[in-house]
Write a protein that binds this ligand. Structure first.
Ligand SMILES: C[S@@+](CC[C@H](N)C(=O)[O-])C[C@H]1O[C@@H](n2cnc3c(N)ncnc32)[C@H](O)[C@@H]1O
Length: 186
């Protein structure tokens, strides 16, 4: 059975400003982001994390986002334009298992995959594409919602990430749920 893919109406719930009381982008991502970074965000939805990432990486940085659902990307684009951050954000459309990351090989400093991995049918391919896009020494933060992803399913996802080449560094803190920080070794 194909996994459940978050419909656009849930995308609107996910950009609710009250979400920051449970998942504060600055607390969750601030310790990992430095100005000027190239950041990849697969499964970005309507950009709840994208806009804060674009602010944190600054005018010299870039956030490359990818999502399967064009309505999520259209809403993200509109929000980014309104926030005057669109020039720091590069929007790519994923199709099937292909995240659309052509040309990014070894250019990304940090990848951020939040509440998306459990929706991906081929997680080995998903992590393989992120691994290829990261620079050696780059990291990938994964977070999954514990209200519908069990620890067992999360560990299975982490096994797919390790098959793709990642080393698991530590359990990511902040934001609740299940999380890990994965490393592409230098
Ligand atoms: C639950 S939403 C999370 C959105 C965002 N990360 C957040 O936390 O607000 C999951 C998003 O992943 C996208 N998605 C699901 N499967 C995907 C895939 N295989 N490739 C790219 N995006 C995918 C969905 O379209 C949706 O926008």
């Amino acid at each position: 059975m194909a996994p459940f893919v978050c419909p656009p109406w849930i995308g609107y719930l996910l950009i609710n400003p009250f979400r920051k009381f449970l998942e504060n982008p600055k607390n969750m991502l601030g310790p990992l982001v430095r100005e000027g970074m190239v950041i990849l965000e697969p499964g970005c939805g309507m950009g709840y994390f994208t806009l804060p990432l674009a602010r944190m990486t600054g005018p010299g940085g870039r956030v490359v986002v990818s999502d399967l659902e064009p309505r999520m990307l259209a809403a993200l684009e509109k929000r980014a334009r309104k926030a005057r951050l669109l020039d720091r954000i590069e929007i790519r459309r994923a199709r099937g298992d292909d995240l659309g990351l052509e040309g990014l090989e070894q250019t990304v400093d940090l990848a951020v995959a939040i509440h998306v991995v459990h929706e991906v049918p081929d997680q080995r391919a998903f992590f393989g594409q992120i691994y290829a896009a990261l620079k050696p020494g780059g990291e990938c933060l994964v977070r999954e919602p514990s209200f519908h992803v069990s620890r067992k399913r999360f560990e299975e996802s982490m096994a797919r990430a390790e098959e793709a080449g990642f080393k698991r560094r530590l359990l990511a803190r902040g934001g609740g749920g299940l999380g890990a920080l994965l490393l592409k070794e230098p």
